[in-house]
Ligand binder design. Structure first.
Ligand SMILES: Cc1cc2nc3c(=O)[nH]c(=O)nc-3n(C[C@H](O)[C@H](O)[C@H](O)COP(=O)(O)OP(=O)(O)OC[C@H]3O[C@@H](n4cnc5c(N)ncnc54)[C@H](O)[C@@H]3O)c2cc1C
Length: 397
């Protein structure tokens, strides 16, 4: 693969960039710039704007509303989306979407894919449990086969957005006697089913997006199982591969570097703009070089994924590892540059009335973003686990 974009690819980038500039309602864009959490209406409206353009589910095949974009076009689309800035597309669209495409019956495809595309149905991921995070295959939530339905009992943990979701794609144990990877099935669970209890888990940035989810004799119709019983682990690997490719977020790190350069050129230190500080310049240059390398690896991995097979490319682990490190480093450098201005606005009571010194509203989102970004090297498989995967499956050690 060449490292330069072709003329056609650059023209495509311009088209995407221009679309993002004009298509997103201004009030929504302002909320994104200020780092405010999108409402469900925001997400649905934005997804429908993309759908009208035919860009709601670029990774899916055309017959299900997708595109026939090359891997490079898909990459450009995601990168521009993150840099616009526009609302990101929800990860579940690809994570569960690709499994339904690969393993779903025609009936399941007709039922779920259009509603995922238009975001009538919003999914959460029910994989992790207490004691089963890194060692996910040890999960204990049980689903007993009762003929025409499963009876589900157990607990999930760290379930992002469970309180807003209509459905969960869940891994459950259907054969306790089999080896731990072999007895797992992949179910789609209606979150309104009787017997489901959701409790909030508040994260370090003070927000509620994480949850505990409890299942007490929850009935799940047999037709909500994806693929073959006890083969769920194979399908989960496909989901996780996509999750790791998305987690790299090169475009997001790029936009933060751009913001860091712009902000540091306006912050004065010893009578000079901070951007002239050699230590800061060196740090920024190092991050930019690493980001370029990640960008190229990202293109290679996405190229391998576009065929919708259910094999996981272990190189996605490199994206997860480097991408999350760079997201954390770019926020760290923004935090350094913004200093006290990285904090959410304080009331006059605490500041003695100096809060008007804040020069950019968006800088106040840097500290909360820095805190929650500690999690990027944990979710989707922690970075220590990615090191193990890279050692074994990429380097063959
Ligand atoms: C913000 C956030 C959102 C999340 N969203 C979801 C979600 O929507 N759905 C979902 O299912 N899960 C979600 N998770 C859960 C996430 O996938 C797990 O937290 C993650 O897999 C780690 O598992 P754990 O928390 O149980 O930690 P543990 O597995 O207990 O790990 C603890 C520490 O030990 C290290 N460790 C463990 N095993 C090894 C090993 N073999 N070698 C080296 N080091 C090791 C880990 O790297 C880590 O540092 C989310 C987590 C966070 C923080």
């Amino acid at each position: 693969m060449g490292l330069q974009f072709t003329d056609e690819e650059n023209a495509f980038r311009d088209e995407v960039r221009n679309f993002f500039k004009t298509a997103m309602p201004e009030d929504m864009r302002r909320r994104v710039v200020l780092g405010q959490k999108p409402t469900r209406d925001d997400l649905v409206n934005w997804q429908r704007i993309l759908d009208k353009k035919g860009w709601a589910v670029p990774m899916w095949p055309r017959e299900w509303g997708g595109t026939d974009w090359t891997a490079v076009q898909q990459y450009i689309f995601n990168e521009e989306l993150l840099q616009a800035p526009a609302l990101p597309q929800l990860a579940h669209i690809n994570q569960v979407g690709v499994v339904i495409l690969a393993q779903g019956t025609e009936e399941q495809k007709r039922r779920f894919l259009p509603r995922i595309r238009t975001m009538d149905w919003f999914f959460c991921q029910g994989f992790s449990e207490p004691g089963s995070g890194s060692d996910l295959a040890s999960l204990k939530t049980r689903a007993e086969n009762k003929g025409d339905h499963y009876l589900v009992n157990g607990q999930k943990l760290w379930t992002s957005q469970a309180h807003r979701a209509d459905w969960m794609y869940a891994l459950v144990r259907t054969d306790s006697a089999a080896s731990k990877h072999s007895g797992i099935s992949y179910l789609l669970i209606d979150m309104k089913s009787p017997g489901i209890t959701i409790r909030p888990v508040i994260s370090l940035d003070g927000s509620h997006h994480l949850n505990e989810v409890f299942f007490d004799n929850v009935v799940v119709p047999m037709e909500n199982r994806l693929g073959v019983e006890n083969k769920g682990w194979d399908y989960a690997k496909h989901t996780l591969g996509h999750e790791r490719a998305i987690i790299a977020k090169v475009g997001l790190s790029k936009s933060r570097i751009k913001a860091a350069k712009e902000l540091s050129s306006r912050m004065m230190c010893d009578g000079k703009p901070l951007s002239e500080n050699p230590r800061l310049r060196e740090k920024l240059a190092t991050i930019e070089v690493e980001l370029k390398a990640l960008e190229i690896t990202n293109m290679r991995v996405i190229d391998g994924m576009k065929h919708h097979t259910h094999t996981q490319d272990p190189k996605a682990s490199v994206l997860k590892l480097k991408g999350s490190e760079l997201q954390q480093q770019t926020l760290e450098i923004l935090l350094e540059i913004a200093g006290p201005e990285a904090m959410p606005k304080q009331t006059e009571f605490y500041t003695g009335g100096t809060s008007e010194a804040l020069r950019d509203e968006w800088t106040a989102t840097v500290a909360p973003a820095f805190y929650i970004a500690r999690a990027v090297s944990i979710f989707g498989g922690s970075n220590e686990i990615q090191h193990n995967i890279i050692a074994k499956r990429v380097l063959g050690l």
